[in-house]
Design a protein around this ligand. Structure first.
Ligand SMILES: NC(=O)c1ccc[n+]([C@@H]2O[C@H](COP(=O)([O-])OP(=O)(O)OC[C@H]3O[C@@H](n4cnc5c(N)ncnc54)[C@H](OP(=O)(O)O)[C@@H]3O)[C@@H](O)[C@H]2O)c1
Length: 272
């Protein structure tokens, strides 16, 4: 296969975390279609095997698997070492866990795990792989954020706060590394049809029109990489970020975003 501009900028390997399902799996397919070899990481070995087999049947790219819990620093460092050996030119730091509900009713252990997975793992991988990309003068990094990060959403407080971290980190690095040939971007999806969304307690009857397919937002994100610091996948989230996050006073924006969560996730118990 002739090398495309995408391959020259971001090859030979893409390292994708949380590649066993959902948005990470969609990235794996999209990048294999672009001819990149894949280093796929996930905590779920069976899911990784399934994704690897499907892609292997459709594309002639090399696929390496890494099974590990990326909320653990030793596993993240081990993944970074594998990625450096393979000269990964693209990092998709995507693995994530969502927990919704009143902050004080959620388990502290689970909140700390989300913090480590979303923030520490993204920080370590961006630092280790970003250094090698800067030395080569090319590469790309996408950190997964979320629409919830745009509004510091009540009833998704810690999750939204961790996603605000990846948004802030990626946007700042976009500007820092622009002149070094390394493209950095945050991807803030809205409701996306994945296993995580199905487990979330979302009222599908109310939300159906807002839900998008992972393959669509992944294509849009790959188009946006190198052009903008962050990509918000949903038009209604872009509008809400402007209205509730910027134009209205914070206490009113926060009150409305809490009511919106209560509307879409009626099973969440808590003071409304
Ligand atoms: N779907 C949405 O509506 C939405 C909206 C905004 C942002 N996002 C973000 O998009 C990213 C992908 O979400 P998704 O909806 O595609 O989720 P998903 O379908 O649950 O896929 C996430 C994958 O990450 C894996 N994973 C979870 N914890 C891990 C750990 N400690 N170490 C390694 N892998 C781990 C999961 O394995 P298990 O299945 O075994 O847990 C799963 O295979 C996340 O960062 C999420 O916060 C999603």
């Amino acid at each position: 296969m002739a090398k495309t501009k995408f391959h020259t900028s971001y090859g030979p390997f893409a390292c994708i975390t949380g590649a066993g399902s959902g948005i990470g799996e969609a990235f794996a397919h999209a990048l294999a279609r672009r001819g990149l070899n894949l280093l796929l990481a996930d905590v779920d070995e069976a899911a990784l095997d399934r994704v690897s087999q499907t892609i292997g049947e459709e594309h002639s790219v090399a696929i390496e698997l890494f099974v590990g819990d990326l909320s653990r620093e030793d596993d993240v460092l081990a993944l970074a070492e594998r990625a450096l050996l393979l000269e990964a030119g693209l990092l998709i730091s995507n693995a994530g866990v969502a927990s919704l509900g009143p902050f004080l009713d959620l388990s502290l252990d689970e909140q700390l795990k989300a913090l480590d997975l979303h923030c520490r793992a993204s920080l370590i991988l961006a630092h280790r792989l970003g250094g090698a990309m800067r030395a080569r003068g090319r590469g790309g990094i996408i950190l997964l954020s979320s629409n919830s990060a745009l509004l510091h959403t009540p009833l998704i407080a810690n999750y939204a706060a961790t996603k605000a971290y990846t948004l802030a980190l990626a946007e700042a690095l976009h500007m820092e590394l622009k002149g070094e040939g390394v493209d950095v971007m945050a991807l803030a999806p809205g409701m996306t049809e994945t296993a995580a969304l199905q487990r979330s307690g979302l009222d599908y009857g109310k939300a159906r029109a807002l839900i998008r397919r992972p393959s669509e937002i992944v294509e849009e994100a790959l188009q946006a990489l190198g052009k903008q610091p962050s990509y918000i996948s949903s038009a209604s989230d872009r509008l809400a970020a402007l209205l509730l996050g910027r134009l209205l006073p914070r206490r009113i924006g926060l009150r409305i975003s809490k009511a919106v969560v209560g509307y879409f996730y009626p099973a969440i118990e808590g003071p409304r």
